[in-house]
Ligand binder design. Structure first.
Ligand SMILES: Nc1ncnc2c1ncn2[C@@H]1O[C@H](COP(=O)(O)OP(=O)(O)O)[C@@H](O)[C@H]1O
Ligand SMILES: [Mg+2]
Length: 218
């Protein structure tokens, strides 16, 4: 029903963490989620299989040649399909961008993250140009530290490049690192509230239609 691809040419930008938070909120609201992990490190797939107790179907497809068929298969079975990709440029990343209803481009608070976010945004726009479909993309600020100069610099540069960013900023919080060991997504406090706000904002922009169905039903 809805396909969200996580992409940034930079490793360590926050792709897998943002994927975990979004799929956690959508699952918590009672919807089904399918995941395709194209990262050869299989970070998200391993977390889902061995660390988290979330019941999420995770496709073993890693290769671009299998990706489109797998996306179609999971999309028919689930309310949301999340595709996580590796840093750098890969065939898988390009295919995953083409399949997406929305591409999320996370960036932590560094010039390196911003440079790669700009490159990634241009890749998404270039991919859209190839097929004549404007592929929606949004930046997600993560590891954000409010009221800091670096936060201002990052926002200034992203704005200068005209990259649309989600208003919800995920703060730098240790719970995001803890979940890599515990498997537990934040259930209260700032991290949980920000994850909810992020999903809500994505819904408000029309990219999580399954959540609309819940509203209609209730
Ligand atoms: N908001 C955040 N606060 C604190 N640590 C974060 C945050 N977002 C990501 N991290 C940490 O940064 C590292 C890289 O994030 P990750 O999601 O694995 O990036 P990517 O998937 O883009 O390589 C991980 O150790 C993760 O726990
Ligand atoms: Mg990752």
């Amino acid at each position: 029903m809805s396909i969200i691809t996580m992409a940034s040419t930079k490793g360590g930008a926050g792709k897998t963490t943002v994927a975990q938070l979004i799929l956690g909120v959508v699952k918590k609201r009672g919807f089904s989620v399918g995941v395709i992990d194209c990262d050869p490190n299989q970070t998200l797939a391993t977390w889902l299989a061995y660390i988290s107790d979330l019941n999420v179907e995770c496709s073993p497809a890693r290769d671009h040649s299998q990706l489109v068929a797998e996306v179609k298969r999971l999309n028919a079975r689930h309310d949301l399909v999340v595709i996580d990709t590796a840093g750098g440029r890969s065939q898988e990343m390009i295919f995953a961008i083409h399949c997406a209803d929305l591409v999320l481009i996370p960036a932590q608070m560094s010039n390196y993250d911003v440079n790669e976010a700009v490159k990634t945004f241009n890749i998404v726009k270039g991919a859209g140009g190839m097929t004549g479909r404007d592929i929606p993309a949004r930046m997600v600020y993560t590891g954000y530290v409010p009221k800091t100069q670096v936060g201002k610099e990052v926002r200034r540069k992203i704005d200068k490049h005209g990259i649309p960013a989600l208003k919800t900023r995920l703060h730098q919080l240790v719970v995001h690192r803890e979940l890599t060991f515990s498997g537990k997504l934040p259930s209260n406090g700032t991290a949980a509230a920000q994850a909810e706000l992020l999903a809500q904002e994505i819904y408000d922009q029309g990219f999580l239609p399954c959540m609309l169905e819940l509203r209609k039903a209730s």
